[in-house]
Design a protein around this ligand. Structure first.
Ligand code: IMP
Ligand code: MG
Length: 178
């Protein structure tokens, strides 16, 4: 298994500052409910909420868990809710945060679910966009980095439950693929 760093800790940090600047300029309210998708978004989420706090946002922080992948590198396409929200969302300004948008199936499922709660507004922010594999026609409002069609791990993203703890993003190549 080969791990090759592609986005450093420092690059992630500077990009988050720029993303939060975009959010400052385009969100209609300084009061946000930030919804993170477990587990992949946990590290990005914690850096984003601190950066938003530093720009005077007042936040409610919540998480949702959905399962899309098994333990491998290919999507099953079937999305299931495995951890529900714990705060009401009606009339709130939601910022949905995820680690990576790949086919778009996950975000599509979650957006439908969140829209049904009748929020005042709903925007999406993903750290990584692997747009080459998109099946659903949707572009997140805020995107950290575009990544090529390769499997990436670190900074919350896993391969078979491993590598989430890396502070940077790396591509993962299995030896047998080489
Ligand atoms: P989508 O439903 O195909 O857009 O996939 C989104 C979810 O699949 C993400 O939230 C990740 O959990 C997972 N995923 C997609 N691509 C990768 C990857 O390259 N590495 C790790 N997880 C991934
Ligand atoms: Mg995920």
């Amino acid at each position: 298994m080969i791990l090759e760093p592609i986005i450093s800790e420092h690059e992630i940090k500077s990009r988050i500052d720029a993303l939060v600047q975009d959010i400052v300029e385009s969100m209609p309210s300084r009061k946000l409910t930030v919804v993170g998708l477990l587990k992949g978004s946990f590290m990005f989420m914690s850096d984003m909420v601190r950066a938003l706090h530093n720009r005077d946002f007042h936040l409610i922080v919540d998480f949702m868990g959905v399962s899309s992948y098994g333990s491998g590198t290919t999507s099953t396409g079937e999305i299931k809710l495995i951890h529900d929200l714990s705060v009401p969302l009606q009339d709130s300004h939601i910022l949905l945060i995820d680690d990576i948008m790949d086919t778009g199936n996950t975000i599509h499922f979650v957006l439908k679910y969140l829209m049904a709660k009748k929020p005042a507004s709903l925007k999406t922010c993903v750290l990584l966009d692997k747009s080459e594999r998109r099946i659903i026609d949707y572009k997140p409002d805020f995107i950290g980095f575009s990544v090529p069609n390769e499997f990436v791990v670190g900074y919350g993203l896993d391969y078979a439950h491993h590598h989430r703890e890396l502070p940077y993003i790396a591509t993962l190549t299995l030896e047998e693929e080489k």
